[in-house]
Design a protein around this ligand. Structure first.
Ligand SMILES: [Zn+2]
Length: 264
């Protein structure tokens, strides 16, 4: 397998601060991200990190705006709601999304950057206390229904695929290697994803397929697992994911080569 491109999502604040530095060091760090012309970027705020974000929200939003100007940026995120944490944190996560979209929504929409969403549920909650319901309510205020969305680390059921596509028809479902150990109901969710809405990810380093952490190269094993569930070959899944990612993120692969000396 040859890796033709990868989109790396950076939602770690400490790293973004180092990257955003005006100094020569900051520039070096940004240049380093451009050395491999197969690497595309996305910056966001992890929903579990909202307390720190809130403290530095203005500076962080400004920094994210600057980072979005890097030519290799092809999406915004990850951002989202993670309701597996204490309920007391949920409102802050929602306000963080609203703050980010109020500050950056216009830039995101102008640049047509797809949204990379992290959505995690606490299973036993009623519909209106579900992360999915809350995040759609926020999204509908800031983005048209046709806006492209990547549900990263998707582990939903068939009914979840359906309801996302109904609310946001351009939703793409990104499946990781963790799918191998998921329930029959969630595997049926993977089968329910329309072929042109399937993406693959490794969630590196968090979703190990072998060993104790994942790396981008694990995408082939991920494709194998997804192929087993959808009863098709690893190669067919890789080809689908390649075409879908290229279209979804607007990756210039197979068109013009990106030059490592391009300006940031
Ligand atoms: Zn995530």
């Amino acid at each position: 397998m040859t890796l033709s491109a990868a989109v790396a999502s950076f939602c770690d604040r400490t790293f973004q601060v180092k990257l955003g530095e005006e100094s020569a060091k900051g520039k070096d760090r940004r240049d380093n991200l451009l050395i491999d012309n197969r690497l595309f970027l996305s910056f966001g705020v992890h929903p579990k990190d909202v307390e720190t974000f809130w403290k530095y929200r203005k500076a962080t939003a400004q920094r994210l705006k600057r980072l979005m100007d890097m030519s290799r940026v092809v999406a915004f995120g990850e951002i989202g709601l993670d309701f597996t944490v204490a309920e007391a944190m949920w409102d802050r996560q929602v306000s963080t999304l609203e703050y980010l979209f109020e500050a950056l929504g216009e830039t995101i929409r102008q640049k047509k950057l797809p949204l990379v969403l992290h959505v995690r549920e606490r299973e036993e909650m009623p519909t209106r206390r579900k992360a999915t319901w809350e995040i759609r309510t926020v999204l509908q205020r800031f983005f048209p229904a046709e806006y492209p969305i990547q549900l990263h680390y998707f582990t939903g059921r068939a009914v979840d695929v359906e309801s996302w596509l109904e609310a946001f028809p351009q939703t793409h479902f990104s499946v990781s290697g963790a799918v191998r150990n998921s329930s029959a109901e969630k595997k049926a969710g993977v089968v329910a994803i329309p072929s042109d809405r399937l993406l693959l990810e490794t969630d590196a380093p968090y979703a190990p397929v072998t060993g104790s952490f994942s790396v981008p190269h694990d995408i082939a094993t991920t494709a194998k697992y997804v192929g087993q569930i959808r009863r098709t070959s690893e190669t067919a899944i890789l080809a689908l994911a390649h075409e879908n990612a290229k279209r979804f993120f607007g990756l210039p692969i197979g068109n013009r080569a990106f030059d490592r000396r391009e300006s940031v």
